[in-house]
Design a protein around this ligand. Structure first.
Ligand SMILES: [Zn+2]
Length: 135
């Protein structure tokens, strides 16, 4: 059953952007900068929680932090997720890690709002391709 949206998606994406700015740049051997990412979860009961990259542990993705570390034991069917960057797609993480896109499907999130697609051409739009299976 689809949830009725009782919130302003623009405000929630702005909240995700504000949270994104707290992202923690982890030490990397390749010296590349880590992307800043913020995520907002609107739970089925209407309560809202947020996460940013590296919030609880270096390198943890914002969506992973929200779904697996903060709300793992909760039913999230019908929840909404806002992410400033397209969640990582299946195959993007080293085996046996699950991609955030797969975690989002497993959590039965009703709708995902993405700020920008992954700018890495290997992954651009790849996560979006699996959302239709969550309905
Ligand atoms: Zn991810």
């Amino acid at each position: 059953m689809a949830s009725k949206m009782k919130f302003d998606p623009r405000k929630l994406m702005e909240k995700a952007i504000a949270v994104m700015k707290q992202s923690i740049n982890e030490p990397r051997t390749d010296k590349k900068a880590s992307p800043l990412v913020g995520a907002v979860l609107v739970k089925p009961d209407g309560t809202v929680d947020t996460a940013f990259r590296g919030e609880l542990r270096h390198g943890d993705h914002a969506e992973y932090t929200l779904l697996e570390r903060k709300h793992r034991d909760e039913r999230l069917d019908g929840a909404f997720l806002f992410a400033t960057l397209e969640p990582c797609a299946p195959g993007a993480r080293k085996h046996p890690k699950l991609a955030c896109a797969e975690r989002i499907v497993n959590a039965r999130i009703a709708e995902v709002w993405v700020g920008i697609e992954d700018p890495d051409p290997r992954w651009t739009g790849r996560a979006s391709g699996i959302w239709s299976r969550t309905a």
